[in-house]
Design a protein around this ligand. Structure first.
Ligand SMILES: Nc1ncnc2c1ncn2[C@@H]1O[C@H](COP(=O)(O)OP(=O)(O)O)[C@@H](O)[C@H]1O
Ligand SMILES: [Mg+2]
Length: 267
């Protein structure tokens, strides 16, 4: 099915999945609750992700690159939000892998309403599962998600493992293969991101309006060196406001001159 040409969102209610052969059907209510807009029809809320995907696809094709991490200085800047929505929109026109490598505070499974009992990338990194068995294929989209099943206190040693280096090398070397979007931990907490960055092609750096400090962004760029920053995204999610109200409402009507809450990209 070509998700891109359909007018209505192609999602149906969740039903059981068998990993490996089965495909997971996303629950639209979970997506709506978690502000995941990239699987639905184009709207004011999802348009920025369509634009980001165009820039990224152009870059990936021109440079023969395949693996990109989404990161930011701090927790809560919108890394998972942007990685997930970007992977969703990208998967409508190109084979896409969404790989979660925030092993300390995983959120992808909950954000997408994925099964909790199948092996995760953490099981692969600790040698307890095959890479293929951690794949969750999303019905109706060319998207494969490898989420973390359980938070891991030994994240550093898992990210330093040969298993991660092997899989990133495999993904990078397949220049006709899927584009992989990696959701990462905050760049300035521990050295997790440095371990991830050495195995990928480039980074999309997220800054959050009114929260991300210039000094932190410079520190992130230095920490990533020599891995290139291929794009920057300003996530003006007015998160401070929404965290302090009870509506969980990030998007405002830009026709009234307010922030849309949507990311602005420079790719
Ligand atoms: N632009 C946005 N629009 C709506 N919700 C957002 C936006 N950016 C972030 N959020 C929400 O803010 C919270 C923190 O974002 P998250 O992606 O988890 O940050 P991080 O991965 O950087 O820790 C989540 O609940 C997420 O859904
Ligand atoms: Mg996150």
């Amino acid at each position: 099915m070509n998700a891109e040409t359909s007018v209505e969102p192609t999602l149906r209610l969740a039903e059981p999945v068998a990993t490996g052969s089965g495909r997971w059907v996303l629950d639209p209510e979970v997506l709506t609750r978690n502000h995941i807009v990239g699987f639905g029809a184009m709207s004011d809320h999802s348009r920025p992700f369509f634009m980001i995907r165009s820039g990224l696809l152009h870059h990936a094709t021109a440079m023969h690159q395949r693996v990109f991490a989404v990161t930011s200085a701090q927790a809560g800047n919108g890394k998972t939000h942007i990685a997930t929505n970007l992977a969703a929109t990208l998967s409508r026109i190109h084979p896409t892998i969404l790989l979660e490598l925030d092993l300390h505070q995983p959120s992808l499974g909950q954000r997408l309403g994925l099964p909790t009992d199948t092996p995760g990338i953490d099981d692969y990194l600790s040698g307890e599962a095959a890479w293929e068995d951690t794949a969750i294929q999303i019905e109706g989209f060319d998207l494969t998600v490898h989420r973390v099943r359980l938070a891991r206190v030994n994240a550093g040693s898992l990210l330093a493992s040969a298993a991660l280096a092997d899989i990133l090398k495999r993904l990078r070397s397949n220049s006709n293969g899927p584009i992989c979007i990696v959701d990462t931990p905050p760049a300035l907490i521990g050295d997790d991101l440095v371990l991830i960055a050495r195995g990928i092609d480039g980074v999309l750096l997220v800054a959050e309006e009114a929260r991300s400090r210039k000094r932190d962004i410079i520190d992130v760029a230095n920490a990533l060196n020599p891995t290139p920053i291929v794009g920057t995204i300003l996530n003006n999610s007015i998160a401070l406001q929404s965290r302090s109200n009870s509506y969980g409402y990030y998007y405002q009507d830009d026709r009234e001159g307010h922030s849309t809450g949507a990311p602005l990209a420079n790719l």
